[in-house]
Write a protein that binds this ligand. Structure first.
Ligand code: SF4
Length: 628
């Protein structure tokens, strides 16, 4: 099997049972790798109706055929589990070097179930797999533990850790790696915490078999330099994702004060240029990346200073403007606090801003927080992040995520709890961006921009839009946008939903394609050189569609009353017009929301509740077996 290490590692923590088995060729043929492996394994092997924190929930790590090869930017690691945030399908993706090391250790996939008796970490060095005690690391921050483990074992060991939030089962706890790379969103860190696992340590020194090394050397080298020569490179790479800050604000898409509005007057103080001027020390990239987007820097605030990676645009939007922090050092500091505590910055930004709005409305009091709190105040944001991570005071409620917290509080707070399916929204306000809105609404894991990003199309009002690097270079000077049309956006959304899994399946970063417009033939040539198999981009799109449908079936199976109502956005988005900025006065009505869903379901071959029809499943070759 060229391109694969050839082994699946299974660890049952309850039984202390470690089994290595040959990677299934059937799985490789049908699902290729990464997100494909996760979706299929989770559907087939998770006992139906397992609760996310039950020991029987699965924690899966899966790599793709390109991972760790000479194909550029293949340092992404894919994770999967039943999500504590949504109770449905969950996967997550992390940059850095961990997964590459895992493949060099000889494993394409690791499937963990059960629960360790006491705090432990998993140590893997090639064929050696051990479950070791971790009491001395328990309770400590993610970076602190990664640093301590590297000092103890050696720099060459790749480490992923959870922070106190994961130990305390915060529903949006993440995994940290490489002092600034995270697998976030769906609460995967809390699942590891529920299994009493603080860290996984990985070291590998084996080869990945490649079908035609000479051809891969040539095509991989060409891909690397082609990325550096794309026009979008100069617009995007120097600032990374933060480079899009001004554009998002200028097109009225920057969440501000818990999505009360979509435009602020301080974006230029917290943009990519501010990072370069005030924070940045050096670029930082994942394994083999030609366009390193990480910005490692030094943040200085009234609460202290720290070295840290980031912040990316999403963090700037969610912990910055959405909490009304207008200082890039302060945003970077909150980014560091989240990373050390082990919580997803996007979800944290939504939960903190929702709590601050509740406080402003008199629903929460000073006593709930142990201090006065307000939007735009660094001490308030840091305090709430700490309360959440240790489940203290109001933090115990907030640790349930904005859906769980608002349902318990009631009093109309659900209307401004910004999530879909229980997953908090991210950095793109969409009240005049119907494609983006529909993408958030229908994503399998909940409201995540990583599943579909069509904001450029929404702004252009067209199926054609440049890559992000081009959008940044062009900028926007529109003073007032007309109300966008909702009809006809489904094909653009579905197309974006199908493109994105392709990179997670292959085991490569998507940003070279999305942000700077690298052509798909590069991936085709590298795949063929690695595996020796023919490859067509259209076939990969069909596999993406299959995975989307399989995950939709997973959600119907695992969430009792799953259906159309789980695809609705929060009421703020269809009841409150945007109060200022270039989209002032606009919102998408509830009738329009339903029109979009009708059109989307029909285009996907789903019924009126959004359930894949028998014909669609048959067409895609999906058999649900007895678990449907
Ligand atoms: Fe990692 Fe960024 Fe490069 Fe992607 S573009 S591989 S996330 S450094």
């Amino acid at each position: 099997l060229y391109g694969y290490a050839g082994t699946t590692l299974r660890i049952n923590l309850s039984e202390n049972d470690i089994v290595k088995e040959a990677l299934s060729e059937e799985l490789v043929d049908e699902y290729i790798g990464g997100r494909g492996f996760v979706a299929k394994t989770l559907f087939d092997e998770l006992p139906p109706n397992t609760e996310p924190f039950d020991p029987e929930n699965l924690f899966i790590i899966a790599m793709g055929p390109l991972s760790g090869t000479f194909s550029p930017a293949t340092g992404k690691t894919h994770f999967g589990t039943k999500s504590p945030a949504t109770g449905g399908y969950g996967d997550s993706n992390m940059g850095g070097h961990f997964g590459v090391e895992m493949k060099y250790a000889g494993y394409d996939m690791i499937v963990i179930n059960g629960k360790a008796e006491k705090p432990s970490y998993i140590f893997i060095e090639n064929d050696k797999v051990e479950i070791r005690p971790a009491e001395k690391y328990w309770g400590r921050g993610s970076f602190d533990v990664e640093k301590a483990m590297k000092e103890e074992m050696g720099e060459e060991y790749q480490i992923l850790t959870i922070g106190p939030a994961g130990e305390n089962l915060v529903k949006f706890a993440c995994i940290s790696h490489d002092f600034g790379r995270q697998a976030g969103r769906i609460g995967i860190g809390a699942v590891l915490g529920s299994k009493n696992i603080k860290a996984i340590v990985m070291r590998g020194t084996k080869d990945v078999p490649v079908f035609d090394p000479k051809k891969l050397y040539e095509s991989g080298r060409e891909t690397y330099f082609a990325a550096k020569e794309k026009p979008g490179y100069t617009g995007w790479t120097p600032q990374g994702t933060a480079g899009i800050t001004d554009w998002c604000n200028d097109v009225g898409a920057m969440p501000t004060r818990n999505f009360q509005t979509s435009h602020n007057d301080y974006a230029s103080d917290i943009n990519g240029q501010a990072i370069l001027d005030k924070l940045k020390i050096t670029d930082k990239g994942c394994f083999g990346c030609p366009i390193p987007c990480g910005k490692y820097g030094h943040a200085k605030t009234s609460m202290g200073s720290t070295y840290m990676e980031g912040p990316e645009y999403e963090t700037i939007a969610m912990l910055g403007s959405n909490c009304d922090l207008a200082d890039i050092d302060e945003i970077a500091y909150t980014n560091f606090i989240c990373d050390e505590l082990g919580i997803d910055t996007c979800s944290a930004g939504v939960v903190v801003s929702w709590a601050l709005e509740c406080y402003d409305r008199g629903i929460f009091t000073q006593e709930d927080f142990g201090m006065e709190v307000s939007f735009g105040d660094l001490k308030s944001v840091v305090k709430i992040l700490e309360l959440i991570s240790y489940r203290e005071k109001i933090g115990d409620l907030l640790a349930e995520g904005v859906k769980g917290a608002s349902e318990r509080v009631g009093k109309g707070t659900e209307k401004f709890a910004i999530h879909v399916k229980g997953l908090e929204w991210t950095g793109y306000e969409s009240r005049n961006a119907p494609g983006m809105m529909l993408g958030y609404m229908t994503a399998d894991i909940g409201a995540h921009h990583g599943r579909c990003w069509v904001l450029g199309n929404d702004v252009a009002g067209s199926a054609e839009a440049g890559c992000v690097g081009d959008l940044i270079s062009e900028g926007s000077s529109v003073e007032k946008f007309p109300k966008a049309k909702v009809k006809g956006v489904s094909p653009i959304v579905i197309n974006s939903q199908h493109i994105r899994p392709a990179f997670d399946i292959l085991g490569t970063c998507r940003l070279q394609y999305m942000e700077i417009g690298l052509e798909t033939f590069h991936y085709e040539r590298n795949y063929e050189a690695v595996t020796g198999k023919p490859f067509k981009w259209e076939d990969l799109m069909t596999l993406s569609e299959k995975i989307w449908n399989l995950n939709r079936c997973f959600n119907f199976r695992e969430i009792e009353d799953f259906g159309r109502k789980y695809d609705y956005p929060p009421a703020r988005f269809y009841e409150e017009p945007i109060p200022n900025g270039p989209n002032e006065g606009h919102f998408i009505t509830f009738d329009e929301i339903n029109e979009m869903l009708d059109e989307f379901y029909e285009a996907r071959g789903w019924d009126e509740e959004g359930r894949p029809t028998a014909e669609k499943l048959q067409q895609l070759g999906i058999s649900l077996g007895v678990r449907a």
